[in-house]
Design a protein. Structure first.
Length: 306
């Protein structure tokens, strides 16, 4: 085996990204560099070590035995280096580096983006990379520090903190309400056109609590299905049907009269706004600082209330 030349720390960081994502494209996205650069640096590292670290096919990248061994040896060292640098900078008032954060398209435009604008003004040395997607992103593969999720969390190996709670409302546009008979309970609405959000595990089944402790579990029928909360809200506001919207995204429409709450004597379970971030021994200062900031922002932002 050839004696290795001097190894650049950046080579190991690229190696770690590829090992954890399993894709040159995903590793490049995580590092914020071109895919070709990842390929070049991995090839350079293999040449220096005289080892084949990855096997490559047209569809996938897999670590070799040597690559797996190197990864297991390097991972705690790289993590320890990150934590040492984080501890060294934790006493500084100014945050630095890049905060990579994700959420849904709708929540980004309604709440998270304005909060990030304020946070960026407070920390001019910090770069912010906001990723918006209505699908749940893989935090490790995408290199995301923090994601903001709404509703109820599925089981996950990541850490999660609840930042705020919000109500859910059964809503329709005034024009749609004018076309349907008056209703006294959720069961009366089962024949109405329902806008289903397919991102939810059970988008057609809802449990309502009513007067005197009454409980009704209702299964709605859907002609229109959508995979975006923002698109669902637009459909409801346009009179296409009824659906459940969270209090944050519905607030402005309710205040403006574009959305009307149905059956106000009946309620749905409250849900939450959660900060979700990868497990680790130390939470980066930039992540911890933004979590604290966003919790306070949600408490004081008037736009979050109908």
């Amino acid at each position: 085996m050839a004696l290795p030349g001097r190894i650049d720390l950046n080579d190991l960081l690229v190696f770690q990204a590829l090992a954890e994502t399993g894709s040159f494209t995903a590793a490049a996205r995580r590092l914020g560099v071109a895919t070709a650069k990842v390929s070049v640096e991995i090839g350079r590292l293999e040449d220096k070590l005289g080892l084949v670290l990855f096997s490559r096919t047209t569809r996938r990248v897999a670590m070799s035995d040597a690559g797996q061994s190197l990864y297991e040896e390097c991972r705690p060292l790289l993590q320890g280096l990150d934590e040492a640098l984080e501890r060294a900078g934790s006493g500084k008032d100014d945050l630095a580096g890049t905060l990579r954060i994700s959420t849904t398209v709708d929540h980004a435009s309604l709440s998270l983006a304005p909060a990030l604008a304020e946070f960026a003004r407070l920390h001019p040395q910090l770069a912010i990379d906001l990723r918006t997607s209505d699908r749940v992103l893989d935090l490790v593969e995408e290199g995301i520090d923090l994601t903001i999720r709404l509703g109820w969390l599925r089981d996950s190996s990541h850490r999660a903190l609840k930042l705020a709670g919000f109500e859910q409302y059964l809503l329709a546009a005034p024009a749609f309400l004018a076309r349907i008979p008056a209703s006294a309970s959720p069961q009366d609405l089962t024949e109405c056109d329902w806008i289903a959000l397919t991102l939810m595990p059970t988008p057609l089944t809802w449990c309502f609590g009513g007067p005197g402790g009454a409980v009704q579990t209702v299964h709605f029928k859907s002609r229109i299905r959508v995979d975006s909360p923002g698109a669902m809200r637009a459909l409801v506001e346009s009179g296409a049907g009824i659906s459940v919207l969270d209090g944050i995204s519905a607030a402005e429409g309710m205040r403006a009269g574009r959305l009307v709450r149905l059956l106000p004597d009946w309620s749905l379970p409250d849900a939450g706004v959660y900060a979700v971030y990868p497990s680790g021994r130390l939470v980066p200062n930039k992540v911890r600082s933004f979590i604290d900031f966003y919790r306070d922002y949600l408490e004081r932002a008037p736009a979050q209330k109908p």
